[in-house]
Ligand binder design. Structure first.
Ligand code: PHE
Length: 328
């Protein structure tokens, strides 16, 4: 009888797949109304001499059944864990997803280079407000009320007599108001004009330069700017100073640089305005015009960048096309 029960049990256990099925089998054999339990109950009806033999036989069967159920429980549990682990398997050797790295914008790179060069010449770096007022942007720079630069078509006017600075020259006044000579500064930053074509954008960058001391001459200005071009372009580049007019410098000039356009034609490109500080400007900041002279310049960074990097349309800088930006 024992063999029969155990064989049946083993047969039952053969293809169980989960704990639930196992528990059903457990109660079929040793549950309250299970086969083995019924055998146990029947013992009490047997004659005394058989009770003992039958009792130990049924006990052995029960033990055996419990052992088998137990070992099968362990098997199923470990199978279940293994299955779970397999489903959740992570391949730690797979390469990760990389964040793509940004790079410094070409205009910022060029600005940094220019600042480095002038720092090397002993210039101090200063920065000032992009929202200016009429006094600093025009009046104190000797730009009269009827000057075309004041035209609405060139200047972005704001409320309360404010405007977006059209050049970095207001920084000349701000610096001189607060300091006495000698002055030797550059001031990089954004400037704004209502203008847009292949060489103009409504916002662009300038670096203003101002040097004031005793005995400063146009020769000093020329030599600094020529030296700058040499250091910036890293080779002898052709420059030309062309007479020009700015109300805040006298005499005034523009510096042109030779470059090649798309069709490989040699052209001159204006990159900066400059000149000897007009004594009228010194009067606004109460500098002694009999003692001090100075020079000033304002260079267009986008222009310099176009020549140095070989870019033919200024608008590329501000379209944020990654294919363009990633080249630098
Ligand atoms: N501010 C002038 C411009 O934006 C440039 C300039 C600066 C000219 C300093 C002379 C001296 O065109």
């Amino acid at each position: 009888m024992a063999d029969k029960i155990i064989n049946n049990l083993m047969e039952d256990l053969k293809d169980i797949k989960n704990k639930n099925e196992l528990m059903n089998i457990k109660s079929k054999y040793i549950g309250k109304k299970g086969l083995v339990s019924i055998l146990m109950q029947e013992i009490k009806n047997l004659p005394v001499e058989e009770k003992k033999i039958r009792g130990s036989e049924v006990n052995m069967i029960k033990k055996e059944v419990e052992n088998l159920i137990d070992s099968n429980l362990k098997r199923i549990e470990s199978e279940e864990i293994n299955l779970k682990l397999k489903e959740q398997e992570i391949d730690v050797s797979l390469p990760g997803k990389l964040n793509s790295l940004g790079s410094v914008h070409p205009i910022s790179q060029i600005l940094d280079e220019i600042i480095d060069i002038f720092e090397g010449y002993g210039f101090q770096i200063t920065e000032g407000p992009e929202v200016e007022n009429d006094y600093y942007n025009f009046e104190s720079l000797n730009i009269p009320k009827d000057h075309p630069a004041r035209d609405m078509q060139d200047t972005f006017y704001l409320e309360n007599n404010n405007l977006l600075r059209t050049h970095t020259s207001p920084m000349q006044i701000r610096i001189m108001e607060k300091n006495s000579p000698p002055i030797k500064i550059i001031s990089p930053g954004k400037v704004f004009r209502c203008d847009s074509d292949i060489t103009h954008t409504p916002m662009f960058h300038q670096v203003e330069g101002l040097l004031v001391d005793e005995g400063v001459s146009f020769a000093n200005l020329k030599s600094i700017l020529n030296r700058f071009c040499y250091d910036f372009f890293g080779k002898k580049i052709k420059t030309r100073f062309r007479p020009s007019y700015f109300p805040f410098t006298e005499p005034s000039a523009e510096l042109d640089i030779e470059w090649k356009n798309k069709k490989d034609e040699t052209k001159w490109m204006e990159v900066l305005g400059c000149g000897i500080v007009n004594p009228k400007v010194f009067e606004f900041v109460k500098y002694d015009t009999s003692k001090y002279t100075g020079f000033a310049f304002g260079m267009g960074i986008e222009r310099l960048a176009m020549i140095k990097l070989g870019i033919t349309d200024i608008r590329y800088f501000y379209q944020n096309d990654l294919k363009f930006l990633k080249q630098f």
